[in-house]
Design a protein around this ligand. Structure first.
Ligand code: PFF
Length: 448
């Protein structure tokens, strides 16, 4: 490649100012908010938990998000090399590599669920979802067999295609198209949901806090979710940060991203809770809520078929904009490490992720793929989200607080805000993150 061509490529590997914020919101707004959030909010007493989630976003989410973005921007490398380039020694290289391995593994099962949302969008619109077969049976028939693999493949191909087009022409453009559609769908679905008969009990469950329901465990769960939801500890924000222009204010971007995530979670709550309460469904059932209970509710409401279709399109959009961000992490690493072109890196990594995901996709129908009471899918989810993610988060926090020399300049904060940030990142965030880690690994039990 000529020097000129190389420079042009480097330039196109930058987000525009708004493009970056939209892409980062696209990453944070994902399946987690729609699938995990109602589940854990339902389990932890509704509004009080939501309030706690907001506190966690502010106390730990904002400082760590800012740290990861700023480290990424000052290092201008892949997630694997960013701590090292920002001044860490060789130990920090391993911490960086963890932040590449984790999203790669997460994507192996995330893309499967993204595939489910694509399939459900199609069958909702063509009417097959409402053909009379029980919804739980339909879901297990689909996930037990090989059909889900075609959809996993489709979701992988779409994400790969976007990432091949590059940062500005692919990721940014994709998010700029999808996010406005996602917002329109969210508002539409929220209006449908809050106008259902009996919706008000769901709204008040979600919005009137009962703090007596909260336990130490709720606080830890809220913290973990704030992290998961903002895509922290996963190399994603380190990688996206490396494509941010040097003039951009990271403080403003950080607040905008967290706010976007929060508003999405809020509206997701206003879709899920009124619908579940209106139809007498328990809101704390995990994946089956989205793929089994909600279709049942949709089938019984006016305009249900269209609403169901739109709901799954919304989920597919949310999933794909996040999948793209997860995929960019190993792609940026391979391009840097092996000096491969973007296209070659994306194709190779997508094949690996797709193949590694097959046992997870099949683990619903094949009991041979269950070990120690957990399916292969659940194991990958458990190890990545509960062990690797908090460890990756701790690495970012400790590096930012104690090893990072040019933090003051790189974060671009005023002297006063920098002091606040440093205090949070040095003294509050590590303790909280450690508690999350001890809780998610089961090393400490925080329940009542
Ligand atoms: N933040 C997105 C979500 O909540 O679905 C994407 C994501 C990021 C998922 C990081 C998982 C993860 F560990």
């Amino acid at each position: 490649m000529s020097k000129l061509q190389h420079e042009i490529d480097q330039k196109s590997e930058r987000f525009s100012t708004t493009g970056f914020i939209i892409a980062a919101i696209g990453s944070s707004v994902g399946l987690g908010n729609m699938w995990k959030f109602p589940y854990i909010t339902g389990e932890n007493g509704g509004a009080a938990f939501f309030f706690l989630f907001i506190v966690c976003l502010i106390v730990i989410g904002l400082p760590v998000l800012l740290a990861e973005l700023a480290i990424g921007r000052s290092a201008r490398g892949s997630a694997a090399s960013s701590f090292e380039r920002a001044g860490g020694g060789s130990f920090w290289k391993s911490a960086g590599i963890l932040q590449v391995v984790a999203p790669t593994l997460i994507l192996t099962f995330y893309i499967i669920v993204a595939g489910w949302t694509l399939y459900y969008s199609v069958i909702a619109f063509n009417g097959n979802l409402f053909s009379g077969i029980a919804f739980d049976q339909q879901f297990s028939q689909f996930t037990d067999g090989f059909t889900s693999i075609y959809w996993q493949f489709a979701a992988m191909v779409i994400s790969a295609f976007v990432v091949i087009l590059g940062v500005a022409k692919g990721i940014e453009r994709f998010n700029k198209i999808i996010i406005p559609c996602l917002i329109a769908l969210l508002i539409l679905l929220m209006i449908r949901s809050v106008t259902l008969p009996g919706a008000s009990s769901g709204v008040s469950f979600f919005l009137s806090p009962d703090f007596s329901q909260l336990t130490a465990e709720s606080a830890i769960v809220a913290l973990g979710h704030a992290f998961f939801s903002l895509s922290l500890g996963m190399g994603i924000m380190l990688t996206y940060g490396s494509y941010v222009r040097k003039e951009q204010s990271l403080g403003t971007a950080t607040v905008a991203i967290a706010l976007g995530d929060l508003i999405y979670a809020f509206i997701a709550g206003l879709i899920i809770f009124p619908t579940t309460f209106s139809f007498g469904i328990a809101p704390d059932q995990g994946p089956s809520l989205v793929f089994i209970a909600l279709p049942a509710a949709f089938s019984a409401m006016p305009f249900g078929t269209v609403i169901a279709g739109l709901f799954f399109v919304l989920l597919a959009f949310a999933a794909l904009t996040s999948a793209v961000s997860l995929l960019e992490v190993p792609v940026s690493y391979i391009m840097e490490r092996l000096k491969w072109t973007r296209t070659k890196s994306v194709i190779m990594i997508s094949i690996i992720i797709f193949v590694l995901g097959i046992p997870s996709a099949l683990s619903f129908g094949f009991p041979q793929l269950t070990f120690g009471g957990k399916s292969f899918f659940d194991w990958v989810d458990f190890v990545t989200a509960n062990i690797m993610l908090p460890l990756g988060g701790l690495a970012s926090i400790i590096f930012a607080g104690f090893r990072w020399k040019n933090a003051a300049e790189a974060t671009g904060l005023s002297a006063r805000w920098f002091k606040v940030w440093l205090f949070m990142i040095r003294f509050i965030a590590p303790i909280l993150m450690l508690l999350v880690f001890l809780h998610t690994t089961g090393l400490l039990n925080f329940s009542k």
